[in-house]
Write a protein that binds this ligand. Structure first.
Ligand SMILES: C[S@@+](CC[C@H](N)C(=O)[O-])C[C@H]1O[C@@H](n2cnc3c(N)ncnc32)[C@H](O)[C@@H]1O
Length: 388
C-alpha cells in the first residue's frame, strides 16, 4: 500500500458506473435539505444496492482489485484460525462456523480443508455477506477448491434466528463499516457532512448532537483542529451477534488500536483511508462506488459493546501473537516439508502476516465469548486486554 497523488484513471465504463452513484448521492443530499452525514455518504458509496462499491460486481480483493487481505496472502493464516476453531468445535458439540463478510471465499475453503485434516469439521459453515457478487465469487472458490465439502456450506441473508452454537468469524469486516466523521476546533465538536458543489462533493460541518459522547473518546491535550471518526452502528451490530450466539466465540480480526492509541493527539487526521487499485489515499469524496473507503477499528469500543451485550472478553492480542499461539510455526514447517521449493514464498508470507512493520502489530484479534470458559489457544501468550 502506498500513498500517492497520481491515481490511475478509471475506464470509461467505470466512470459511467460512478456517475450513476454520484447522481444517487446528489439526490439524497437534495432530499435531506442540502447535506448528508458522512456516515450516510459512506454507507451509500459502499453499499447502495446495485451501485455501491461492495455490491456492484467490481473485482475488489486480490491482485486485479484494490487491496489484498490476509487469506489471499497465505493459507497459513486461515489454517492458524482453523486451529483456534478446532478447539471451540471440539468442546461444543454439534457446533458450526458462521463467517461474516467472506470476501473471495478463500478463507472458508482453507479453514474447511484444515478442519478436515484435523477430523474436526463443523456441522455447517455458514456465510453471511452483504455483497451478492461476492457471494457468487465465494461459491466459485468453494466449488473449485473444496467440492467435496460444499454440502457443509450454506449462505445466509440474515443472522440465524435459531440459537447458534460455535464460532462467528469476521476478518476485515469492521473496517468496512461506515463511520461518522467529526472535527474538533476552538468552536467545539462538529459532525462532518457532505454537500454538493459545482466541482463535486465537498465537506461542511454542523454542530454535533453527539458532542458529549465524542468528548469522552478524546484526550485532554489535543492539538486543534483534530479530525477523527467513530462507528455509530458498532454496538447494535455486536448486540445482534451476541443475541444469536447461544454458546461459543465471536472472533474479530482487523486493523485497529486501543482507544488511547486510536484517539492519540498526534493522529489528528483520523484513520480514514481509501484504496483504489492498490494505491492508498485520503479523499473519500472522489470516484464513489469505485474505491474502498475504510477506517481502523477502536477495539476498546468493540470490547465495551461486547461486555454491554453480555459477552465475555476472552482475549485481545496482536495478529502476530495470535497466529503464533495458534501454531503458525508448526504449520510453516509442515508446509516447507511438503513443498521445499516454496521456501522463499512461504517465508515471505510469514513475514507479511507477522512482522510488526507489516500486518503483525497493526492487525489485532479479539475474542468475545458466551458460555465458553476454557482459555482460548490464540491468546495463551501476549494478551493485551490490560491496554484496552
Ligand atoms: C474488506 S472485505 C473483507 C473480506 C474478507 N473477509 C477477507 O478477509 O478477504 C469486507 C467484507 O465485509 C462485508 N461486510 C460489511 N459489513 C458487513 C456486515 N454487517 N455483515 C456481513 N458482511 C459485511 C463486505 O460486503 C465485504 O465482503
Amino acid at each position: 500500500m502506498r500513498f500517492t497523488d497520481t491515481l490511475p484513471i478509471p475506464s470509461a465504463a467505470a466512470l459511467a458506473h460512478s456517475a450513476q452513484l454520484v447522481e444517487r448521492l446528489q439526490h439524497k443530499i437534495h432530499q435531506h435539505g442540502g447535506a448528508i452525514s458522512f456516515y450516510e455518504f459512506m454507507q451509500t458509496a459502499l453499499y447502495e444496492p446495485g451501485l455501491g462499491y461492495y455490491v456492484a460486481g467490481l473485482r475488489k480483493i486480490g491482485a486485479e482489485g484494490d487491496f489484498v487481505t490476509a487469506p489471499e496472502i497465505s493459507p497459513l493464516f486461515s489454517h492458524s484460525i482453523a486451529n483456534q476453531c478446532a478447539q471451540l468445535l471440539t468442546e461444543l458439540p454439534n457446533s458450526s462456523i458462521l463467517e461474516l463478510g467472506a470476501g473471495s471465499g478463500r478463507m472458508a475453503a482453507q479453514i474447511l480443508l484444515r478442519l478436515e485434516q484435523l477430523a474436526c469439521l463443523p456441522e455447517y459453515y455458514f456465510i453471511l455477506d452483504l455483497s451478492p457478487d461476492l457471494q457468487a465469487r465465494q461459491r466459485e472458490t468453494l466449488a473449485a477448491d473444496v467440492p467435496h465439502l460444499l454440502s457443509k456450506v450454506q449462505w445466509l441473508n440474515r443472522l440465524p434466528t435459531a440459537p447458534f452454537q460455535g464460532v462467528i468469524l469476521a476478518n476485515e469486516v469492521l473496517d468496512a463499516m461506515p463511520v461518522e466523521l467529526f472535527t474538533v476546533t476552538d468552536a467545539g465538536i462538529a459532525t462532518v457532512q457532505v454537500v454538493v458543489q459545482p466541482e463535486g462533493f465537498s465537506f461542511t460541518t454542523d454542530d454535533s448532537q453527539q458532542a458529549a459522547d465524542i468528548e469522552k473518546l478524546l484526550a485532554n491535550d489535543l492539538v486543534l483542529p483534530y479530525t477523527s471518526e467513530f462507528n455509530p452502528a458498532l454496538a447494535a451490530w455486536i448486540h445482534s451477534l451476541a443475541d444469536c450466539l447461544a454458546a461459543g466465540a465471536l472472533l474479530l480480526i482487523d486493523y485497529g488500536y486501543e482507544r488511547a492509541d486510536y484517539y492519540q493527539p498526534e493522529r489528528n487526521q483520523g484513520t480514514l483511508v481509501c484504496h483504489y487499485q492498490h494505491r492508498v489515499h485520503a479523499n473519500p469524496l472522489i470516484y464513489p462506488g469505485l474505491q474502498d473507503i475504510t477506517a481502523s477499528v477502536d477495539f476498546t469500543a468493540v470490547a465495551e459493546a461486547g461486555l454491554a451485550a453480555g459477552l465475555d472478553l476472552a482475549g485481545y492480542t496482536t495478529q502476530a501473537a495470535f497466529l503464533l499461539n495458534c501454531g503458525l510455526e508448526d504449520l510453516f514447517i509442515a508446509a516447507l516439508q511438503t513443498n521445499p521449493q516454496a521456501s522463499y514464498h512461504l517465508a515471505q508470507q510469514i513475514r507479511t502476516l507477522s512482522l510488526p512493520a507489516e500486518m503483525g502489530e497493526r492487525f489485532k484479534v479479539m475474542a468475545l465469548t458466551k458460555g465458553f470458559t476454557p482459555p482460548l489457544l490464540g491468546f495463551r501468550l501476549g494478551d493485551r486486554q490490560h491496554r484496552l
